[in-house]
Unconditional design. Structure first.
Length: 399
């Protein structure tokens, strides 16, 4: 084991005697058993951490950094559609690590058809918003940016806690009545602001190799666990913000979470090792996930390029027709309605059918609403490519 000064220490706190009102007999007993002392983590200070990683781990990280930068540069002038699609893929994969799954179709419909989606799809769309906030705020990684990411993630599902540091003790595993017996008891909430400031100081350093720095910052964030809920998804959004802040990626969101999905057990084991004082496993895990993500991302981009090339042979309109603009936009928005075309492409709502009907006739899009008004369409080939990406990442296909 390589000791890097990341090991947590512990402080003994006391869980209060439970108020038994409203509990059944069994729950009363469980709540009363929680009363008493427990050990909460005290995170190590890492602002001035000296990295002393094994040469092999550093070599893995350098390879991953080179692949991330190369993939970012490869897309060149094609960046517009793939920026959005890769960001959504990263958000879906990050959500899946938390067992939040939905098909590409369900997620795309949730973005467009407000109020008609399933719960998981809505939560994944919220994670898309958090990822977008991470990218938008990546000019400066600070406490305010982290709060904004969490606010974007949680404001629709839990507005009372969205964008606020927790004011309560939290733990991972164990029971609902108290922290005793939990797998990991996070720091007392009074320690959160100071621990986050220390993390931010580490994240802003310019003297460290980027992949190890990003991996360690992510693990430290998960150790602090600064929110009541949404820590995993916010922490992976922070990872993306740091890749941008450190200029390793400049234009795209590489779906690193899709790489983590390949071995979630290894990912959680690496977080545990970090808290024990060994940062090498989380650096290796993020390096391997980055390489996996680039390979999967390249495959997705190639698939979408092939889909769009096939459409060119099916569309008979002039090259300057807005029909081609709508087709291009399907790579970004594979589910759409007339209002979306008006909002994002400036096509008047009353004229939408003029540009959509030829795509329907060519078999490129299909209508899936049975309404005379407020019709919506989807591009099955794009959605299939996204589901294929998800399956390669380890997420099972859902209806």
């Amino acid at each position: 084991m390589t000791s890097l000064g990341t090991a947590v220490t512990y402080e003994q706190l006391t869980w209060p005697v439970a108020d038994e009102a409203g509990y059944g007999v069994a729950d009363q007993r469980a709540a009363l058993r929680q009363s008493g002392p427990y050990d909460a983590a005290v995170p190590a200070e890492i602002a001035d951490l000296r990295l002393d990683l094994p040469p092999g781990v550093l070599a893995e990280a350098e390879d991953a950094a080179a692949e991330l930068a190369r993939f970012d540069a490869e897309l060149g002038t094609e960046i517009a559609p793939f920026t959005a699609i890769l960001l959504r893929s990263e958000a879906a994969s990050s959500s899946n690590i938390e067992n939040l799954t939905a098909s590409a179709r369900a997620i795309a419909e949730a973005e467009v058809l407000v109020g008609t989606h399933r719960r998981n799809a809505g939560l994944i769309v919220a994670n898309v918003n958090a990822m977008r906030a991470a990218v938008d705020l990546s000019d400066d990684v600070d406490a305010g940016a982290i709060l904004a990411m969490h606010r974007a993630l949680m404001e629709s599902s839990d507005p009372a806690t969205a964008g606020r540091w927790r004011k309560e003790q939290v733990w991972i595993g164990g029971g609902p009545f108290g922290p005793r017996g939990a797998d990991f008891i996070a720091p007392h909430h009074a320690r959160v602001p100071g621990a986050v400031d220390d993390l931010v100081d580490f994240a802003r350093r310019r003297d460290l190799p980027v992949v190890p720095q990003v991996a360690i910052a992510h693990a430290q964030f998960e150790t602090i666990h600064p929110f009541p809920d949404g820590n995993g998804r916010t922490g992976r959004a922070l990872l993306q913000a740091m890749l941008r802040y450190q200029r390793l990626t400049r234009r795209i969101t590489v779906p690193v979470s899709a790489g983590l999905l390949a071995d979630t057990e290894g990912y959680f084991s690496a977080l545990h090792a970090y808290r024990e004082g060994d940062a090498a496993p989380i650096v290796s895990t993020v390096s391997a996930a980055s390489l996996h993500a680039v390979a999967n991302g390249r495959r997705l981009v190639d698939d979408l390029r092939g889909v769009r090339a096939g459409w060119r042979e099916l569309i008979t309109a002039r090259s300057d027709s807005a029909i081609h603009r709508v087709a291009d936009h399907l790579l970004i928005r594979p589910v759409f309605d007339a209002a979306l075309l008006n909002r994002e492409l400036g096509i008047r709502t009353g004229n939408a059918r003029r540009y959509v009907d030829p795509l329907v006739e060519a078999g490129i899009v299909v209508e899936f609403t049975d309404r005379a008004r407020n019709r919506a369409w989807r591009a099955p080939e794009v959605l299939a490519a996204l589901d294929d990406f998800a399956e390669r990442a380890g997420r099972r296909r859902l209806p």
